[in-house]
Design a protein around this ligand. Structure first.
Ligand SMILES: O=C(O)C[C@@H](Cc1ccccc1)[C@H](O)SCc1ccccc1
Ligand code: NI
Length: 187
């Protein structure tokens, strides 16, 4: 079971590497890794399990955060409507690629954090408002999906991890909350 001790922190050079594609068809080890990554996110969102194992809540996790140099990310985004128990999106994305995006940008009003960063870094993290992503799923099927709003932000945060990019790289160093007027602010 993945716990916080398995997640590498900023300063580890792996977080700054562009990691290679996952070889297909998936090996048994990679299938196990994919399953464990998604299970970590579900555990981290379960109050009892998270407390028992001292897990930080996460909606996304990239293999390099586990010191695994592979282009693999897990995403498990709960529905904001507490009445709806189903996540808005939950999958492991292998060799994900943003094939198109809007000119319009977006950012989270509250900024971003990272399981590999044990500090607050305030500021707007400006990203594409909507993206189209292709990836291979754990069954070897090619997927092409469109994402917007929070889901698009999370997936871009995770794909950044495959390219050695940290969320604070996107924050304006001089004016962290300066954004141009047509950037969509997501609550
Ligand atoms: O470190 C990671 O990659 C996982 C991040 C992803 C993320 C953070 C902020 C904005 C978008 C994506 C964790 O999910 S950070 C913890 C968290 C948990 C719930 C909601 C927002 C952030
Ligand atoms: Ni992160």
């Amino acid at each position: 079971m993945i716990t916080m001790k398995d997640i590498i922190r900023e300063g580890n050079p792996t977080l700054r590497e562009v990691v290679p594609e996952v070889e297909l068809p998936l090996s048994d080890d990679d299938k196990t890794l994919a399953d464990e990554m998604l299970t970590f996110l579900k555990n981290s969102q379960d109050p009892e399990i998270a407390e028992k194992y001292n897990l930080r809540g996460g909606v996304g996790l990239a293999a390099p955060q586990l010191d695994k140099k592979k282009r693999m990310i897990a995403v498990h985004i709960p529905n904001m409507d507490p009445e709806i128990n189903e996540p808005t999106f939950s999958d492991v994305m292998i060799n994900p690629k943003i094939i198109s995006h809007t000119v319009q940008d977006a950012c989270l009003r509250d900024g971003e954090g990272c399981l590999s960063v044990d500090r607050e870094v305030p500021g707007y993290v400006v990203r594409h408002a909507r993206i189209t992503v292709t990836y291979t799923d754990v069954n070897g099927e090619t997927q092409k999906k469109k994402f917007k709003n929070y889901d698009a932000i999370v997936i871009q945060h995770e794909i950044d991890h495959l390219n050695g990019v940290m969320f604070y790289d996107h924050i304006n160093k001089v004016q962290p909350f300066a954004i141009n007027k047509d950037v969509l602010i997501i609550d």
